[in-house]
Design a protein around this ligand. Sequence first.
Ligand code: SF4
Length: 265
Amino acid sequence: MAKSPLRERKVPKRDGEVLGFVHSTESFGAVDGPGIRFVAFMQGCNMRCQFCHNPDTWKKNVGTEMTSSELLEKALPFRQFWGEKGGVTLSGGEILLQIEFAIEFFTKCKKLGINTCLDTCGQPFTRRQPWFDKFQRLMDVTDILLVDIKHINSDEHRKLTGYRNENILDLCQYLSDIDKPVWIRHVLIPERTDFDNYLTELGAYIKTLKNVKKVEVLPYHTMGVHKYHEMGIKYKLEGIEPPTSERVANAEKLLHVEDYKGYLA
Ligand code: SF4
């Protein structure tokens, strides 16, 4: 049976342009996609990853209000540093919660020949309409995606983030089907994701995708813990230390990191 369409939410606008809610920007990002990039971290996320080091991005509709023209104006002075590979990245929070803004911003960037990268955890992804049409429009103006797979096992994914992963894996499948370049990222957390069986399963899953240019293991770190204390939120990974370099190397082996060199060559 066909699924009923999603209810459209009202998109805030100013002077005919979609308004984005920006948490912060970084002028010389070196880890959020290929090359040197201007990165905008957008506000709002539904997930509650236990290891999230940016809980201050969770709240929706707060932060600095900007149109896509205003954000572009802020990014363009750095264009001389982007070279062949660099460009702009929209990150979060979860950028797909502001998909209309992302479409407008990337459309403007592509008109100027700027490389566009979307950094997402995939939680809002659905093939239901009208959302899926928007996502397809966004893909027309997106060069590469960074997709976080938080856990390959859906039950464990829910424990770790509050949400199951079926639609996130469906996003990965869709991106593979349309052959859109992606980097897959996975946070390695002792007692949560650092288990050989799950890493092996994730490694095998990634091998089924045709579009993966890079796989990154991100060692869990505790740099955001102070934000939880400041915000009065209980930190659920208290006492868990970052993984050892041996376990990081083990995860890189099980995820076949060496096999993906698409953006390193
Ligand atoms: S998806 Fe990203 S921003 Fe959202 S809770 Fe998880 S780590 Fe934090």
